[in-house]
Write a protein that binds this ligand. Structure first.
Ligand SMILES: C[S@@+](CC[C@H](N)C(=O)[O-])C[C@H]1O[C@@H](n2cnc3c(N)ncnc32)[C@H](O)[C@@H]1O
Length: 219
């Protein structure tokens, strides 16, 4: 049993689901290109050429590869080998040399304290078993003054998605969906501030179900 298999058995994480959907995920265009570009731009304002960055749940690597020219190094992690294979291919094709891809669940990732200047986690906090544990871990691994930049689906913000709470467990049982938590922006902000972060930037693009947050660890 590999450590990823063990993680799956222990925490209900779903590498097989993501492996199966990796090709489709890579081909699917970004939902709102203008909003994605704005998020890249805002993120870049926080980056400096000497920075060590972590991205967890990096998927097929597009965001890490886009930011690579602006920082020293990005460690991009994901639970899915297939996602990482596609990401690695894209990095090689683009001759990007300062991104290292590693297969590990965020739940099992334990770097030294204060290792990173910035951590990114996009479209992932609503997919983890326990977001409080993950946020506390990110806070620990950031250097003082470091930033946690996340984009998180918050279905709990809209009554329109109330039905999802009931359908999600069924979708998961039949293998059509991974674990998806119904979060609200307020609950997410509360979790970040309880962990010791200050919210430096918060933006929800019009009609989006995801909130983009830059949270800062005190310097
Ligand atoms: C919705 S995709 C988002 C990918 C990318 N961050 C993006 O914004 O396009 C979620 C990604 O998180 C990965 N993932 C799911 N659970 C994870 C976990 N516990 N630890 C690390 N990665 C995980 C999946 O394999 C998948 O690639």
């Amino acid at each position: 049993m590999t450590s990823i298999d063990q993680a799956e058995a222990r925490m209900n994480v779903s590498p097989k689901f993501w492996d199966k959907h990796a090709e489709g995920y890579a081909k699917r265009p970004v939902g709102d290109e203008a909003a994605y570009q704005k998020k890249l731009e805002i993120t870049r304002d926080y980056f400096r050429p000497d920075m060590e960055v972590l991205e967890f749940g990096c998927g097929t690597g597009s965001t890490a590869i886009a930011h690579a020219p602006y920082v020293k190094h990005i460690l991009a992690t994901d639970i899915s080998a297939k996602m990482l294979e596609i990401a690695q291919g894209k990095a090689e094709e683009g001759n990007v040399r300062n991104v290292t891809f590693r297969q590990v669940a965020i739940d099992d990732f334990s770097p030294e304290n204060e290792t990173f200047d910035a951590v990114m986690g996009h479209s992932i906090l609503h997919l983890v078993e326990d977001k409080e544990t993950v946020i506390a871990k990110v806070h620990k691994m950031l250097k003082p003054g470091g930033v946690f930049i996340s984009s998180t689906v918050c279905l709990g913000d809209s009554l329109k998605w109330s039905w999802f709470r009931f359908v999600a467990p069924l979708g998961r049982i039949v293998g059509l969906m991974p674990l998806v938590r119904v979060l609200s922006t307020q609950a997410l902000v509360d979790s970040l501030t309880s962990a010791g972060f200050e919210i430096d930037h918060q933006w929800k693009p019009e009609k989006s179900i995801a909130v983009f947050i830059v949270a800062k660890k005190a310097g």
